[in-house]
Design a protein around this ligand. Structure first.
Ligand code: SAM
Length: 473
């Protein structure tokens, strides 16, 4: 029965919005992970029907030993839709089996009522938007080069073409230099390249923060990833740093910390020191951090931008008071994290990101943070569009920001039209002493991107954004 208890814990965490399906399943012990994932996902697909069956039979009222609704749903799933409950005899299994006839009867009644000929017709359907998001594969430059990766995929019969047109097509991404895009149906989880850490399965938008932060690849670089697990952005930062310098990766959750450690070792990150601690409890004046110049902040968020076949199965965030309160709590935590990052004495660049589409976690947090003593005294401003994915078309919400330029500094991704999950990213930069320009601009990044903007136009826009920022401060 232990297996079912563990799976019920996963469903409980999903109910309390503690993460995405993928993220929570990643914390399950490896030996049970596949089986748990299969049961949890199948149960979620049929959850509305199973709930109806459960309520109609009054099982939870009559069987006092079964105290968890999620546990009951999992057991009923296996009883009605799989090969029966896979556990030894005991009071909980007996409790469910006592209602076997009624459970089957209610299930059949629902099937007839809905005109379903097969069980599969009762399952919830996929989010159709997921079919338009390519399978993104980041080439881990800690292991090999993009050119080698392209050659390897070529030798497997893949051809460079629009990845949505054929299962054998793939393309180099035009914004992220290490990223390849494949057909959405291609799977790499069992691929040796993935198992060896040579490729990282990471959505395009989730590659933006490390790319925008652009830490230098020097032996002297000191960088923090403040909220690291499972570690996709950490390994991206490590690769951009050329596995050089020092990258502190904070993760406060113990289980997620062990996932992070595993991921970092698989991705051959030699310049990372993983720290199982709360970033907010870290003293910015600790000598260890005195040379930190770049911080990546990708704090916990509502995850409302995530579109994939699985998370579509979860109930959406309630638009009631409770949902609003939860968002407000997340936003105040996110603001705290930004303010804390701004306290590090040598920090020059802070990338802030969420996989949320809500302004309350994005524009409003950024706007508030720009008005805090940490930003004003520390001379933090938003890096202009020219320094933050200049050719990316979707920018921040103008109505939420104090100036159109500030909105242009922000990057948004929409699952409805950008072939990515919903995402938000921005870059805070410290104005250089004397206040003439944002402290660092990354020429390399701008050159990396395919852009139709002339150098002159870019220069003019950057100058304007900087002078606006100065006027505003
Ligand atoms: N950046 C990660 C990646 O791309 O793989 C995902 C980060 S996830 C959105 C946020 C993580 O931050 C969670 O693992 C959470 O446990 C951790 N976290 C939240 N608050 C934290 C804090 N105060 N200090 C350190 N870690 C924290």
């Amino acid at each position: 029965m232990n297996f079912y208890f563990e799976a019920a814990k996963v469903l409980d965490k999903l109910d309390s919005k503690k993460g995405s399906i993928k993220g929570i399943i990643a914390t399950v012990a490896e030996k049970d992970r596949k089986r748990t994932a299969a049961l949890v996902i199948e149960t979620l697909k049929y959850k509305p029907v199973l709930n109806e069956v459960l309520d109609a039979t009054k099982l939870l009222k009559e069987e006092r030993k079964i105290t968890s609704r999620n546990l009951a749903l999992l057991l009923i799933h296996d009883l009605l839709l799989a090969n029966g409950i896979q556990a030894g005899d005991g009071p909980i299994k007996q409790g469910v089996l006592r209602h076997k006839t009624r459970l089957h009867g209610e299930f059949t009644r629902i099937k007839i009522k809905r005109g379903a000929k097969t069980n599969a017709e009762l399952a919830q359907t996929d989010d159709s938007r997921a079919a338009h998001i390519p399978r993104y594969v980041r080439v881990n430059r800690n292991c090999w080069t993009v050119e080698d990766a392209i050659e390897t995929f070529g030798s497997r019969g893949y051809e460079l073409a629009d990845p949505l047109t054929s299962i054998k097509a793939f393309a180099k991404d035009k914004h992220i230099p290490d990223l390849l895009a494949f057909h959405p149906q291609v799977q790499f989880v069992e691929d040796a390249l993935y198992k060896e850490g040579k490729i990282i399965l990471q959505d395009k938008a989730s590659c933006f923060p490390a790319h925008v932060l652009a830490p230098p690849a020097d032996e002297g670089s000191v960088v923090i990833d403040a909220t690291a697990a499972p570690g996709n952005k950490t390994s991206h930062l490590s690769a951009l740093m050329g596995n050089k310098g020092k990258l502190f990766a904070f993760e406060r959750d113990r289980k997620r910390f062990s996932t992070l450690k595993m991921m970092l070792s698989k991705a051959r990150c030699r310049n990372v020191e993983a720290v199982n601690a709360d970033f907010l409890m870290t003293s910015p004046t600790d000598e260890k951090f005195s040379k930190v110049t770049h911080i990546l902040l990708d704090p916990s968020c509502s995850g409302s931008g995530i579109v994939n076949r699985m998370d579509h199965l979860l109930e959406s965030e309630p638009q009631n008071d409770e949902g609003q309160k939860r968002l407000a709590k997340l936003a105040s935590f996110q603001l705290m994290m930004i303010r804390h990052a701004m306290k590090f004495p040598s920090v020059k660049r802070i990338a802030y990101s969420t996989c949320s589409i809500h302004a309350i976690e994005n524009e409003r947090v950024v706007r508030q943070s720009l008005e805090t003593p940490e930003a004003l005294d520390g001379h933090f401003v938003l890096a202009p569009q020219a320094d933050v994915l200049p050719t990316w078309h979707r920018r921040g919400l103008t109505e939420e920001m104090s100036s159109p330029d500030d909105a242009q500094s922000l990057v948004r991704c929409s699952p409805d039209g950008d072939a990515t999950n919903g995402f938000f990213v921005c870059l805070f930069v410290k104005r250089a002493a004397g206040g003439d320009a944002p402290a660092v601009t990354s020429k390399r990044r701008i050159e990396d991107e395919t852009t139709d903007t002339t150098h002159k136009k870019r220069h003019k826009r950057r100058k304007k954004a900087v002078s606006d920022a100065q006027r505003a401060s």
